[in-house]
Design a binder for this molecule. Structure first.
Ligand SMILES: C[S@@+](CC[C@H](N)C(=O)[O-])C[C@H]1O[C@@H](n2cnc3c(N)ncnc32)[C@H](O)[C@@H]1O
Length: 210
């Protein structure tokens, strides 16, 4: 994996994603989570303080050992049980229909085969279950998209495979989710090419009439 990706990058991510300016977005995306939850791309556990009381347990999926280590204090102080339960969102080690909900924050940009990961999420949540997401991706404006296309090769090299041009909503709908809440905006304080965010809730098919 290399020293940079294994040891340095998770710390950079912890610092960059841990900016206080992201806290209101984390709070919003966690709103309404309840029951058994799977979080893909758990990172250093920056969402943990925002899990609502109605969450019973969280199964954390995260490949980085250093990320998990950096999460230790947050996990220890969590009001809900959090367990590292897998390493790869593309292959979730759970039976079908295990979870009430899933959460992904700034992770769909990085998972290599994101379509497979979304199919996996849909498989392990119950019919009608929800995926709460805030993700950066393809910007609404062509001028910003041009910058995203220019910057993407560098972004991928420096940030462990992070894409700038993934179209978040089409990825979710192509995977079979229905978008039930959505806010698209540029994140305050971030360059537009990296801060084109989509925040919302995607609902899995109920199975009825499907
Ligand atoms: C930009 S970070 C976001 C971390 C965290 N979700 C947050 O909001 O702070 C992307 C995360 O996705 C993780 N990741 C990369 N490939 C993954 C995969 N195949 N499955 C699950 N997570 C993955 C990375 O290790 C990293 O922790």
């Amino acid at each position: 994996m290399g020293i940079y990706n294994e040891h340095v990058l998770p710390r950079i991510i912890n610092a960059a994603c841990g900016l206080k300016s992201a806290d209101p977005l984390r709070s919003r995306v966690c709103e309404g989570l309840e029951g058994d939850v799977v979080e893909i791309g758990f990172g250093s556990g920056l969402n943990v303080p925002f899990y609502p009381d109605r969450v019973d347990r969280v199964a954390a999926i995260e490949p980085s050992d250093v990320g998990w280590k950096l999460a230790e204090k947050r996990v220890a102080e969590a009001t809900v049980a959090v367990e590292r339960s897998g390493l790869d969102g593309q292959s979730l080690p759970f039976a079908d229909n295990t979870f009430d909900a899933a959460i992904s924050t700034w992770t769909l940009c990085t998972i290599p085969d994101v379509a497979t990961a979304l199919r996996e999420v849909q498989r392990v949540i119950k019919p009608g279950g929800t995926l709460h997401f805030v993700e950066h991706g393809l910007a609404p404006d062509e001028r910003v998209r041009r910058w995203q296309r220019r910057m993407e090769p560098i972004q991928k090299r420096v940030f462990g495979g992070c894409h700038l041009t993934r179209p978040v909503v089409p990825l979710l709908t192509n995977a079979g989710f229905t978008i039930t809440e959505l806010d698209v905006f540029y994140e305050d304080g971030a360059p537009k090419f990296i801060g084109a965010d989509s925040l919302g809730v995607a609902t899995a098919p109920t199975g009825v009439g499907a």
